[in-house]
Design a protein around this ligand. Sequence first.
Ligand SMILES: C[S@@+](CC[C@H](N)C(=O)[O-])C[C@H]1O[C@@H](n2cnc3c(N)ncnc32)[C@H](O)[C@@H]1O
Length: 399
Amino acid sequence: MKGVVLSGESAQHVGHITQQGWRRERKCRKCQKCLQVLRMKGGIGEESYANNSNIQKGYQNRSMPLLEQAVLELCCTTLPTEYITIADLGCGSGPNTLYAVSEIMSIIHKRCCQLSQSSPEFGVFLNDLPWNDFNTVFKSLPAFHEKMKKQNGEEFGPLYIGGVSGSFYGRLFPSRSLNFVYSSTSLQWLSQVPPELNDRANKEIVNKGKIYISKTSSPAVIKAYVTQFQRDFSLFLKSRAEEIIPGGRMVLSFRGRRLADPSPDESCLLWDLLAQAFQDLVLEGLVVEEKLDSYNTPYYEPYTEEIRAEIEKEGSFTLDRLVSTAMPWDGVNGGKKCDRVGTAQQMAKAMRAVQESMIQSHFGAEIMDPLFERFVNIMVANTKEVEHVSVVLSMVRKS
Ligand SMILES: C[S@@+](CC[C@H](N)C(=O)[O-])C[C@H]1O[C@@H](n2cnc3c(N)ncnc32)[C@H](O)[C@@H]1O
């Protein structure tokens, strides 16, 4: 199973999501077809997600205390056992991809040593959308196997790693096959732009000049985003409820809000600044205004209470802990000291590595450089500095 991309059931499901979701084709007012595709920039080059994911590494680090506690609790109820299966959903590609799963396995192995038990076999499933750069991930696996043996000793494992391509908003694994599920900085991505926002006839839900929720967004726009989050998150929970064995655990970390206000600066500032850069391109005639008005991002930062409500409504999991954590404005620099310009440039690279595929497919490749140049200038001129907030949840599958 080492390094195998699974297909079958999950691939069929992807086909469905592909049409309805990420690769959703929709008509703009000018009847141009737009294709939205979320894909982190692959490879290991200067512009790649792998080289521009410091902030996501920071979110992973902040989820570690809850992760460690959840794994130790899983050990209490599961060891001794012959094998343990772990899935990382929305694993991406780069140094963050194997970080959490390596921590999970090391904690379990260490606990086995303390209990004088032999290490279980580990089955690790790395999931992401089909167009994720799994090739780069697979190329890193031989070195990862070596590292795990070196770090944990010859008694560790054996370890089997597979890639599972498909959307986590649907079934990915056989029933009751997983002991532990982890996901970091992925669940803020919705399965699609809320379809209500494509209703050009209804002026109330045209998100004028914006690309995400903003202080000027109408209540109808906000409702469309909340409703899409509720649909997606409940489907995510339902799917995992089938796949995780009773007593199994799930730790999720994703961008979220600690405030009930749907448009606090800490959620919306960067989106507003990027929208300003788009508006500049409209004024300069490089982007058609209607094109901007018809572009919205399939993204939502839920309020902690919205998350709690969905878990309770779905009913299959006990929410053990939920905490919100915050990273400083310059967390994107990965601990390096940078001036305002350096931080703005780093932020632009990080956002471009994540959003380029979606923006490019709607507006064309030629606007990418001018857009992100203006975005850097706008960030430098803006004196607000907000924290980057994420929410970490630890859950147990009810018996
Ligand atoms: C910001 S990256 C995070 C990657 C990695 N977990 C990390 O911490 O660096 C978000 C990842 O979630 C994946 N993703 C988004 N929606 C998804 C979905 N519905 N199903 C599976 N993966 C998804 C994206 O393709 C992307 O690789």
